[in-house]
Design a protein around this ligand. Structure first.
Ligand SMILES: Cc1ncc(COP(=O)(O)O)c(C=O)c1O
Length: 396
C-alpha cells in the first residue's frame, strides 16, 4: 500500500526542486510556481490574535465556535443569495484547517456511505494533488477525467461510463479550476449534481478560488443545487481563507452542504482530524465578515492580468482566465513544460511549474499538462510585470 502511495502522490513542488537542483537562476529569482498570495496581511489579523492568544491554552471544539459557523452562514448567504437561510450553521457547516485537509479527509465518510466493490473517485486531469492522495489513502481507484481546452478545461460529464458511475463514491470538481482558471456555469453544475444524485455519490466542490475573479463572481455548487432543486443533498463545498483573504498560513477554511453527510463527517472528524485553534477561529470570523480586504485582493489580481494582457498578448496560448490567479501557458513550441521551466529559471530567474506535474498520463499515454507551465500571478504588479517581461524576453 505504501509503495503504491509513493507512486500515486508525488508533490509537484518536490519534483520542481529536483528539476532545478543543478541549475543557477539567470537573474535574481522570482517565484511564480506557488499559488501563495503575497499581499500584506489584512490589518485585523494581529490585534484579534493578540486579544485571543490565551485561547491557545484550550482544545477547540471540532464543530468550531457557534459565532464562526454563524459568520460563515452569513457569508454564504451574501455571496450566494440562494443560500441565505438555507444552510443551517449547527448541522451543515464545519471549520477546516484550510480546505486541503478537508478535501483529503472527506473521502472516508464518502466511502463509508456507499459500500461498493472497486470504489472509484472521479478526478479532473490536471488536478489538485490532494484528491489523488485521498483516493490512494482510502484504497479507491482514482479515475482521471480529461479536462482539455476542447472540454472547456472541465471534465466532460457526458463521457462518463455507466459502469464507472455505478461504483463512484465521489467526484471532485474544482471551479474556478487550478491550474486553468476555468469556471463551471450553472448548467454544468446542475448536470454534476444530477449525476451525483442519480448514482448516489458525493459531489466535492473545491471552491477555494471562488473569490478570485476579474469580472463575474463564479457560481457555486451549493447555490446551484439549492436554486435548481431546493436542497443541497449529495453536494458539499470547500471554501478557504487562503486565497480569499490572502491568508494561506492561517490554515482556515470550511466545508458546508448535505446535512446527512456533514453529520457523518463531523463524527469522523471528531476522532481523526485537526480542530481549528480558537484564536484562528476568531480571526476567521472577522475575515468572513469583511469584504474590503477581499476586493483589494481582487484589484491586485486584476492589475496583474491587465499586465499579462499587454505583455503576453496572444503569445503562448495566453487567455485571461475566468477565475483564480494562474496562467496556463502552452510551451509546446519551447520543448514542453519541463524544458520551458528550466529555460526560464536558467535564462531569467523566473520559477514556474511544469504543467505535467499537475496531471496524470491518460489512456493513450499522453500527459495533458506536459506542454504547459503554470504561472501564479500572486505578487504585486511591479514584480509580476518584471517577471512577465522577463518570460517574454527569454522565450521570445
Ligand atoms: C485547487 C486547490 N484546492 C485546495 C487548495 C488548498 O488550499 P488551503 O488548504 O490553503 O485552503 C489549494 C491550494 O493551493 C488549491 O489550489
Amino acid at each position: 500500500m505504501l509503495t503504491d502511495l509513493d507512486a500515486l502522490v508525488a508533490s509537484p513542488f518536490a519534483r520542481l526542486a529536483q528539476l532545478l537542483a543543478d541549475h543557477e537562476p539567470g537573474a535574481p529569482p522570482i517565484d511564480l510556481s506557488l499559488g501563495e498570495p503575497r499581499a500584506a496581511l489584512p490589518g485585523f489579523v494581529a490585534p484579534i490574535l493578540a486579544e485571543h492568544v490565551a485561547a491557545f491554552g484550550r482544545y477547540p471544539p471540532i464543530k468550531g465556535l457557534p459565532a464562526l459557523r454563524e459568520a460563515i452562514a452569513v457569508w454564504l448567504g451574501r455571496r450566494y443569495p440562494d443560500l441565505a437561510g438555507a444552510i443551517v450553521p449547527e448541522t451543515q457547516i464545519l471549520p477546516l484547517n484550510g480546505s486541503r485537509e478537508g478535501l483529503f479527509s472527506a473521502i472516508f465518510p464518502a466511502m463509508a456511505r456507499r459500500q461498493v466493490s472497486r470504489p472509484a473517485v472521479l478526478i479532473p486531469n490536471p488536478f489538485y494533488q490532494a484528491y489523488a492522495a485521498a483516493a490512494a489513502a482510502a484504497g479507491a481507484e482514482p479515475i482521471f477525467l480529461p479536462s482539455h481546452e476542447k472540454e472547456g478545461f472541465l471534465p466532460d460529464l457526458d463521457a462518463l461510463e455507466e459502469d464507472v458511475l455505478a461504483r463512484t463514491v465521489a467526484l471532485y470538481l474544482c471551479s474556478p479550476s487550478n491550474p486553468q482558471g476555468a469556471v463551471a456555469d450553472p448548467a454544468y453544475l446542475e448536470k454534476a449534481i444530477a449525476l451525483a444524485r442519480r448514482h448516489d455519490f458525493m459531489l466535492f466542490a473545491d471552491e477555494c478560488y471562488s473569490e478570485i475573479y476579474t469580472e463575474h463572481a463564479p457560481p457555486g455548487a451549493l447555490e446551484t443545487a439549492q436554486a435548481a432543486t431546493g436542497t443541497v443533498d449529495n453536494v458539499i463545498s470547500f471554501q478557504s481563507l487562503s486565497k480569499r483573504s490572502g491568508l494561506p498560513g492561517l490554515r482556515s477554511g470550511f466545508v458546508a452542504g448535505d446535512a446527512r453527510f456533514m453529520a457523518a463527517f463531523q463524527r469522523f472528524r471528531n476522532v481523526a482530524c485537526p480542530q481549528v485553534p480558537l484564536p484562528i477561529q476568531h480571526v476567521s470570523i472577522a475575515a468572513w465578515a469583511d469584504e474590503t480586504h477581499v476586493e483589494a485582493g481582487r484589484e491586485l489580481y486584476r492589475a496583474n492580468f491587465d499586465l499579462a494582457d499587454t505583455i503576453l498578448a496572444d503569445r503562448y496560448g495566453y487567455r485571461r482566465p475566468a477565475g483564480a490567479f494562474f496562467l496556463w501557458l502552452d510551451m509546446g513550441a519551447y520543448g514542453g513544460g519541463e524544458q520551458a521551466a528550466k529555460t526560464l529559471w536558467k535564462g531569467c530567474g523566473v520559477k514556474v511549474l511544469p504543467g505535467g506535474y499537475l496531471a496524470r498520463g491518460e489512456a493513450d499515454g499522453s500527459n495533458p499538462g506536459a506542454d504547459f507551465v503554470r504561472v501564479a500571478l500572486v505578487h504585486g504588479p511591479e514584480t509580476t510585470g518584471d517577471a512577465l517581461t522577463r518570460i517574454a524576453a527569454c522565450l521570445g
